[in-house]
Design a protein around this ligand. Structure first.
Ligand code: NCD
Length: 298
């Protein structure tokens, strides 16, 4: 079954190609969904808060002629103690055609896929993966640059707890990007193959073509990992002063939500080099592509 659980899935390169086509079709108002989707129902099962990902999946479903039903864990039988297995089996019996799931526990989408009779899409599981965000981010960079090969991209922030970082590491290294991870030592995971790690921001930014900055994931942090947000901002904030190490036309990315004044300052977030709102915009093409794949294959 065509589940999309990880940016390492074999289908990812084909999804990238399709996402670019979908983007251009949306831009030209020529996007035409396959008639086989019309009237089918999909479930968006969110055990964690979400704005961008949820809205993009809901909008993508509407663009495809699907009927999305969003289930927030707080307002469902989950608060009565229902297991993932029972929730998934219940939704499948309700006649859904695909299941999008976001969950605070790593591996929850795999668990859902085990009990699901329909394709499962991972909309973010704990600190593990967020494949449709990686699709969104690579699409954004491809639209800006064309080929990504040989570019240097620094991912800066709470790498340890970031599913966005993890999925982007797979996706960007596969595209031939030189990926650097930068964080205070307590927020840097053990090294990934083919990726450079440093706790020195100027080293990560030296000659960078793009920087992807990440929020501190306070909800996933055990005490004592950070001396404080002020200290983090002093040493790691992306601002004009630190960007002098990077290429002059260095692009700025952030998956959101932004904590302005912590990981990035206002001026940089709002600058002409910032692609932050483009990422949000491109999230639609990415989720249309992911849903098409799950329902139809690519
Ligand atoms: C992120 C997420 O939820 O993983 N946001 C997103 O989906 N665009 C990042 C975050 O929570 O910091």
């Amino acid at each position: 079954m065509p589940h999309l659980l990880s940016a390492r899935d074999d289908a990812f390169p084909a999804l990238m190609l399709r996402a670019e086509q979908v983007h251009h079709a949306l831009q030209n108002h020529t996007f035409a969904p396959s008639p086989v989707f019309a009237g089918r129902t999909i479930a968006l099962l969110f055990y964690e808060p979400s704005t961008r990902t949820r809205v993009a999946f809901e909008s993508a479903a509407h663009h495809l002629g699907l009927h999305p039903i969003t289930i927030n864990a707080q307002s469902s039988s989950i608060v009565k103690g229902e297991s993932i297995r029972d929730t998934v089996q219940t939704l499948c019996s309700e006649g859904i055609s695909a299941l999008v799931i976001r969950h605070p526990r790593e591996g929850a989408p795999e668990t859902a896929a085990r009990y699901s009779t329909v394709p499962v899409l991972n909309a973010g599981d704990g600190s593990n993966e967020h494949p449709t965000q990686a699709l969104t981010d690579r699409l954004t960079l491809q639209l800006a640059w064309g080929d990504l090969k040989g570019r240097k991209i620094a991912i800066v922030g709470d790498i340890l707890h970031s599913r966005v970082a993890r999925s982007n590491i797979w996706s960007l290294t596969q595209a031939g990007v030189e990926v650097w991870l930068c964080a205070p030592p307590t927020l840097l995971p053990p090294s990934f193959a083919g990726v450079k790690t440093t706790s020195c921001l100027s080293e990560a930014l030296e000659g960078a073509d793009a920087v992807m900055t990440l929020r501190m994931q306070n909800e996933r942090m055990e005490g004592g990992l950070l001396p404080g947000l002020g200290a983090y901002a002093r040493d790691y904030q992306i601002n004009a002063n630190n960007l002098r190490y990077a290429n002059p036309d260095c692009l700025i990315l952030h998956p959101g939500p932004i904590n302005r004044g912590v990981e990035i300052d206002d001026e940089t977030a709002n600058s002409a080099q910032s692609l932050i709102l483009k990422q949000v915009q491109h999230g639609l093409a990415a989720r249309i592509t992911a849903l098409e794949f799950a329902l139809n294959g690519v």
